[in-house]
Design a protein around this ligand. Structure first.
Ligand SMILES: [Mg+2]
Length: 215
């Protein structure tokens, strides 16, 4: 009798556990995208226009943002509202930004296909920007287009107007802008030690996430 009561109690306990497990919210599986899979998905398609976000997508630019914070507003985010910071950032600081290896591979793939490459950044426009020349040099881009300084995260109009077929970015706004413009969004992962926190949740919007793209 005692044994059977124990058995029943055990059974109930397991059922509760089972119930708890089954009712736990299950995160949707991330749609990982490898470079070979990306290449295969583009096979047979004619040359196209594609776009890239800059900060944390093609450049690990946190060194410049950190330096800017130290110089203009130690301990606060006020430097992000200081035109002098943006002037210095766009005006050549990116020689200290670390190019991402994943971006080199993506850009090489698209150039091999003959695709036209655009860069769109949420940074504000400043006079005498050096970013266009620096990116062209760093990533050996032929037929370089001027960087688009968007002064904000909303990039839908540009992606739409330039008929970009793929848009790569690390922020949720990159993914949503691409989607609204009818482009294929691909998430490039932001490095965990980026100054831009909190980190986005990769794959949270159901988008493809590029493997090994934190660096
Ligand atoms: Mg970014």
């Amino acid at each position: 009798m005692r044994l059977s009561a124990f058995a029943i109690a055990t059974c109930v306990a397991f059922q509760l556990v089972g119930c708890a497990l089954s009712s736990a919210p299950s995160a949707p599986a991330i749609r990982w995208l490898s470079m070979p899979a990306l290449q295969a998905s583009l096979a047979g398609t004619p040359p196209m226009a594609v776009g890239f976000d800059i900060d944390d997508t093609v450049l690990f630019s946190s060194p410049c943002f950190y330096a800017g914070q130290q110089k203009y507003s130690p301990g606060s985010e006020a430097y992000l509202h200081n035109p002098a910071f943006w002037q210095a950032l766009n005006g050549g600081c990116d020689r200290y930004s670390i190019p991402k290896q994943s971006a080199r591979a993506l850009i090489a793939l698209h150039q091999q296909r003959g695709d036209r490459i655009y860069f769109i950044t949420g940074r504000p426009h400043t006079d005498h920007e050096q970013l266009t020349a620096l990116l062209a040099r760093t990533f050996a881009i032929s037929n370089m287009q001027p960087v688009v300084f968007n002064s904000g995260p909303e990039k839908t109009r540009f992606i739409h107007d330039r008929h970009l077929k793929i848009y790569y970015g690390d922020a949720d706004s990159d993914i949503t802008s691409a989607r609204e413009a009818g482009a294929r969004p691909v998430r490039v992962m932001r490095a965990a030690n980026s100054t831009y926190q909190p980190l986005p949740v990769n794959g949270a919007l159901g988008e493809e996430v590029l493997e090994h793209s934190t660096y």
